[in-house]
Design a binder for this molecule. Sequence first.
Ligand code: PLP
Length: 425
Amino acid sequence: MWLRAAARAAGAGAGAGAGGSRSASGAAAAQLRRRLEGELEGIRGAGTWKSERVIASPQGPHLRLAGGGGAGILNFCANNYLGLSSHPQVIRAAVRALEEFGAGLSSVRFICGTQSIHKDLEEKIARFHQREDAILYASCFDANAGIFEALLTPEDAVLSDELNHASIIDGIRLCKANKYRYKHMDMQDLEAKLQDAQKHRLRLVATDGAFSMDGDIAPLREICQLAQKYDALVFIDECHATGFLGPNGRGTDELLGVMDKVTIINSTLGKALGGAAGGYTTGPKPLIDLLRQRSRPYLFSNSLPPAVVGCASKALDLLMESNAIAQSMAAKTQRFRSKMTAAGFTISGKDHPICPVMLGDARLAAVMAEDMLSRGIYVIGFSYPVVPKGKARIRVQISAVHSDEDIDRCVEAFTEVGRKHGALP
Ligand code: PLP
């Protein structure tokens, strides 16, 4: 009955366009449209327009693009570091969770949105990172948006690396603490800022564990030493580290031997850990308890869907059983980095599966990325304002599910395309 009424109402509405879309009329709407079109034109004119390629297959090393792109595109630009996004056991776990626990909770966690699988996953995350407790969010963006405001007051200080991820920057903007921005990975500058911040009650140093544009890893040992010296806490965002950095894939803190010195970890379930979605904070129990009471993206947003919880939970099981997948990814990364360097390219960072091929010129990066695609290799060029002027690059991301042949094909294509466009002699 209500369906028929809804259909009648939809059909009767004024302003429906030929294709069924509607647009409001009136001077304000027209003014808004003009302003938006002008802004969009500005983005196009600046050459910073981001277009989206449509993929017609699951995420993986080999993709099919929609619209006649054909099969067999080799994909080197996903954060699918461990290849778990389409792992059969991860998919089966999602289907089982969907069948057993439903499509979703239609609720935030504290009203009626917590199921046993949410508690199990939080316990598993805390165990994986060897922390006291963990709290789930719809994304790591939300985890970063929610933590600083809940934890820090105007009496406190936060010291943030200037190249931290946008979500850390936004999260810090939302809090009322005193803000310090230190130069990228510059320990002298951090020390100077820590000295100045001694006047505040609490100091929190916030850094990405691994930086996604350069594939470089934060000097956590030095950061933790300074934190100890100046009585500060350390927060790391481990989105590009969880699951694969360190001997057991625990992350940057494990890699650099400071697991007991980092107080708070935020990370994502949307990259190496199955790739579906979701984020979390893990750390001391009273902090997690406080976030459940005060963190706005947790309090005012829907619970993670069961299928998504199922994916992440299975991904963690696989990683806790064995680190063979992470080791395989590390070997492929090494293969790509050494072959590309031997071919004459400069690869930024060290040992990380994010392998930025440094080209300098923005046009060169864009043209080479297009030419790579025409040879069946999907990579993306980054230029200003995403990276500094004159530091354009093509970012290549290696996955455990790339074969040695995939890596070699990519290097060969880069070599040909690099020679053609003058990036190599
Ligand atoms: N932090 C870093 C360093 C990231 O790279 C990203 C994703 O791009 C995020 C946070 C946000 O993660 P999510 O996709 O789970 O919101």
